[in-house]
Structure formats: structure tokens, C-alpha cells
Design a protein around this ligand. Structure first.
Ligand code: XMP
Length: 530
């Protein structure tokens, strides 16, 4: 395991990902982690970047014990400055904050000490790198020497003369440093000596064994599925581990995509064999949403109603098991566990030393279920990033189109219908949205886009059809590319694809006479309109 200590940089999780892409297991922990409290011995430690300056009074500090452990250390950006601060180098403010590309001149290749130069071994004598910093080293700590410099940073990369301690001012973890992944590879594979054996094949075997062990021979688990990648993969994994003792529940909240509930049922139950109940609660949801316009109110209603419906269904499943038992069938275990498809980024968020980041929108989740139902939580995906979940899904024979699916928010179309949510509005949006996605798929663009959906606007516009004037609603189309949905760019469609989509929606969807395309990035806009 590589331990990555997070000092709060927006790129910290990318360091973890790059290690995992090299098939080396890496864990991100807050920089305040005490080494004596670790329950594993890392083979190497990476110190991340940070928005702080090492001289800030509240600057986050690494446990000095890190430097006593004898394991290789790599400091990135602030990480380098933190090493310098601890080992008596000098850090100063840059005249101008440096942000952007720089050319790194690699030096000192061929010195006697093997460990010293191996960070850049075989990477030539020059490399494009990405910089983002306001401070930099103005003096190396004693016993360190320069292994790379740029025009403005004479101490852009340093190595200790005899110990495997390195620091680099640039960010190897971002794609703007094209050979950055190789630098990380040199560190984790060559210098730390990690074996590239973190694969999803290994993960499946271990995780299934772990699930069987914690659930015991009779323990039963329930979980909600949505048709999204995470819940489907989690459900299939549970099914592989404990068969029908895992019971999936899908709640049709009336604001799903066109035919969604039916398709999820076919795929999960018929194709993948998962024990699934689909509950049609659309009437209840839509009646509670009646008259509600405020987006946060919509989210709350849907979240709470979901909990009510899910609990009722779980109680029915439990009652059926008890009735069966009373009639003489073999006793079934009690439902003790709730499956949740938590991913690693959520875990990272919750352990950040700064505390969870401010919520801009309340995201609907099933956390509320635990309070009342007294269930224990089982989270088989909590160590994984999204791309790892997708790889796992492929290995579990989940069909490729599903594995590549765009995310879909819990509150569904209710947050894509601006204004009042009625059955009629849902129908219009479902229809427009299905045409939009069908055309994106036909154009072969689905996998290039991170998320695409239609939005129904609460305005009417004038149009003309035949000789008649029309006065109808407007659809906005949204498509974004994003790595983690914290930031997003709007997708540039070929004009003919937009033309086809627009013409089909205005011709085929009754009630729509105008289509617009949303060209806002996040920030300042968000991905969803509500
Ligand atoms: P925003 O609109 O916040 O969206 O830029 C970022 C990502 O989060 C999804 N999203 C939600 N997901 N419940 C969810 O489960 C919600 O209430 C919710 N709001 C936004 C959004 O679809 C995008 O992928």
C-alpha cells in the first residue's frame, strides 16, 4: 500500500487514482494522520499539494514520524515545501503565482547513488510539467540536491543524497503533465518496490470472501437499486457472494427515465439473476410533489418518501420470511444489513481534515434509512473509484452499455422539470430525453460525454406549425464532460447531430416547439439546472 497524505489540494485524489491505474493499491488519508495509529505499514508515502503556505499559522502539518520510518517519501508541490520546512530548507513566496505549463530540465542523471536518480530514470533530460503554486523553495535542505529545474524554479525537483526522499514542485498527477504518471510509476514501482498486483480480479475474490464472512451463513441483506452503475455492480457482487439472501428493491418514484423500471427489472432480475422487487410508488411520490416548485423541497420530499417506501417494502419481505418459517419451511435469517454503493470519493470527502465540503445541493441518499431500521451498513465498493467500479462490472458480466452509463440523480426528472412536477410534464420530458439519448447513442457519442439529459423549462414560446401559430414549452439540452463532476465543460456537438435532435424533438414531442442547447460550464453553472 502507498499512503497518500492529503493536505487539501484539489488534485489529491488524482494521485491515488494514478497509483491505482498502475495497479498499486493506494489510500488517501488526512495529513494529520498519526503514523503510530496506522493499521498497516505503507511501502511509500506521498505528500500532496495544498492551498496553504507552509508559513501560514494554521498550515496543516505532517507527523514528523514520517521522516523516521525509513520508507520512501515523495512530496508534491506543498508536499515538497513541507519536506523542506521540516528538514531545514527554505521556502519563499514566488513573485507571481505560477500556474500553467513549464519545461522541466532534468539534471544529475548518472550519479552513483541509484535511488537518487531513479525518479526520472529513462525520462530523458526535459519534460513538460504542470505547475500550480504561490510558494517555492529558495534553498534546498542540507543533504539534498537538485534533480530538476525550470526557468523560474531552481529547486523544481530534489532528492536526498542518501535516503529515498524526493520532492517535486510540479503536479505529476494531472494529465497536463503528460509523463507524470511515469514519474509516479518510478516512485511506487521502482523506488518503493510495490508489486503491480492490485487488480479487479483479485478484488472480486477477496471482497466476496469478506462479504460471506461478515454476513455469516444466514445473514440477509437488502439494498436499493436504481439502474445506475454503482448500485447494479454492488447488487451483482452481493448476489455472487450470498445469492438470494441478498434482496434488491427498486422504487419507481414516477420521475425515472422512460421505461427505466421495466428495463432495470429485465436486466437485474432476468439477465443477472438478482433477487429483485420493483415497487411502483409513482402515485405516492407525484401526489407529495403536487404544487411543489422549490428544488430543495423536491429533493427532501423524494428522499423522505423513498425512505418510507423502502422501509415498508423491507418490512413486507421480512414478514413473508417469517410466515414461511411459521409454515414449517427452514428458518431464514433476519435482515441485518443494508447495502450501500458508497464509492471512495465519498469516503475521502467524509475523512477530509477540513471536514466535509459545503453542500451546494442536498444530495439524496439512503443514509436516513439506517436511523430507523437499525441495520448495519455493508459497502463493498467503498475502496473503489468509479472507473474501478466499471472494470468490476465488466468482470461481473454486466452488459457494457450499463457499465458505461451516465449518472442519474436520485430525485430524477423532478429536478429537471423546472416548476411544477405533474404526470403530463414527466411524460413530455421522458419523451424528449429518450430521443436525445437515442440520437447521442446513434451518433456514437455517448461514451465521450460524461452526462447528458434534457430539461423542461417552465416557459412558453411562440412557434409556427403549418399555417398555425403555436404557443408551447421549451426543452433545454445539457451535455457535459467532467472527470469528477466538481467541474464540468459543456460538450461540443457536431452541428448535424444537434440539428437532428432538435428536429426530432419538435416534431415528435407534443407540447414542445423549441429546443435550446446549454453552453454553460461548471462553475459558475451546476450540471443540473436545479
Ligand atoms: P451538480 O448539479 O451539483 O451535479 O453540478 C453534479 C452531479 O451530481 C448529480 N446530482 C445529484 N445526484 N441527488 C443525486 O443523487 C441529487 O440531488 C443530485 N443533484 C445533482 C448530478 O446529476 C451530477 O452528476
Amino acid at each position: 500500500t502507498i499512503l497518500i497524505l492529503d493536505f487539501g489540494s484539489q488534485y489529491s485524489h488524482l494521485i491515488t487514482r494514478r497509483c491505482r491505474e498502475l495497479n498499486v493499491y493506494a489510500e488517501l488519508m488526512p495529513c494529520t494522520q498519526k503514523i503510530k495509529d496506522l493499521n498497516f505499514k505503507p511501502k511509500g508515502i506521498i505528500l500532496s499539494g495544498s492551498p496553504y503556505s507552509v508559513y501560514d499559522v494554521d498550515a496543516p502539518r505532517v507527523d514528523p514520524e514520517v521522516f523516521e520510518m525509513g520508507v520512501p517519501i515523495l512530496g508534491i508541490c506543498y508536499g515538497l515545501q513541507e519536506i523542506a520546512w521540516n528538514l531545514k530548507g527554505k521556502v519563499s513566496k514566488c513573485e507571481h503565482r505560477e500556474y500553467g505549463f513549464a519545461q522541466l530540465q532534468i539534471s544529475n542523471i548518472g550519479s552513483d547513488s541509484a535511488s537518487v536518480d531513479s525518479l526520472f530514470a529513462g525520462l530523458g533530460d526535459e519534460m513538460q510539467v504542470w505547475m500550480s503554486h504561490g510558494d517555492q523553495l529558495s534553498e534546498a535542505p542540507p543533504d539534498f540536491h537538485v534533480i530538476g529545474r525550470t526557468k523560474t524554479a531552481p529547486y523544481a525537483a530534489l532528492a536526498h543524497n542518501s535516503k529515498p526522499i524526493y520532492g517535486i514542485q510540479f503536479h505529476p498527477e494531472v494529465t497536463h503533465s503528460p509523463r507524470g504518471k511515469e514519474v509516479i510509476g518510478r516512485f511506487v514501482l521502482n523506488i518503493c518496490g510495490c508489486k503491480p498486483n492490485w487488480t479487479m480480479e483479485e478484488f472480486i475474490g477477496k471482497e466476496i470472501a469478506r462479504i460471506r464472512q461478515i454476513c455469516g451463513p444466514k445473514g440477509r441483506v437488502i439494498g436499493a437499486v436504481s439502474g445506475g452503475v454503482d448500485s447494479t455492480v454492488a447488487a451483482k457482487l452481493m448476489h455472487e457472494a450470498i445469492g438470494d439472501r441478498f434482496h434488491a428493491i427498486m422504487v419507481d418514484n414516477g420521475v425515472l427515465r422512460l421505461n427505466e423500471a421495466k428495463q432495470v427489472n429485465e436486466m437485474l432480475n432476468k439477465d443477472l439473476g438478482v433477487n429483485l422487487t420493483v415497487v411502483d410508488a409513482s402515485d405516492l411520490f407525484l401526489s407529495r410533489l403536487d404544487g411543489v416548485e422549490d428544488p430543495e423541497q423536491k429533493r427532501k420530499i423524494i428522499g423522505n418518501t423513498f425512505i418510507n417506501v423502502f422501509e415498508d417494502e423491507a418490512a413486507k419481505i421480512e414478514a413473508a420470511a417469517e410466515a414461511e418459517e411459521a409454515s414449517g419451511a427452514a428458518a431464514k435469517g433476519k435482515i441485518e444489513w443494508l447495502l450501500q454503493g458508497t464509492l471512495y470519493p465519498d469516503v475521502i470527502e467524509s475523512i477530509s481534515f477540513k471536514g466535509p465540503s459545503a453542500t451546494i445541493k442536498t444530495h439524496h441518499n439512503v443514509g436516513g434509512l439506517l436511523k430507523d431500521m437499525k441495520l448495519k451498513l455493508i459497502e463493498p465498493l467503498r475502496e473503489l473509484f468509479k472507473d474501478e467500479v466499471r472494470a468490476l462490472g465488466r468482470l461481473l458480466s454486466i452488459p457494457a452499455p450499463l457499465v458505461q452509463r451516465h449518472p442519474f440523480p436520485g430525485p430524477g426528472l423532478a429536478i429537471r422539470i423546472l416548476g411544477l412536477v405533474t404526470r403530463e410534464q414527466v411524460k413530455i420530458l421522458q419523451h424528449a430525453d429518450s430521443i436525445y439519448l437515442e440520437e447521442i447513442r446513434n451518433a456514437g457519442l455517448y461514451n465521450q460525454i460524461s452526462q447528458a439529459f434534457a430539461v423542461l423549462l417552465p416557459v412558453k414560446a411562440v412557434g409556427v406549425m403549418g399555417d398555425k401559430r403555436t404557443y408551447e414549452q421549451v426543452i433545454a439540452l445539457r451535455a457535459v464532460q467532467s472527470e469528477d463532476f466538481m467541474t464540468a465543460d459543456w460538450f461540443v456537438f457536431p452541428a448535424e447531430v444537434l440539428r437532428r435532435i432538435s428536429s426530432r424533438i419538435t416534431n415528435e414531442v407534443a407540447g414542445i416547439n423549441r429546443v435550446t442547447y446549454d453552453i454553460s460550464s461548471k462553475p459558475p453553472a451546476t450540471v443540473e439546472w436545479l
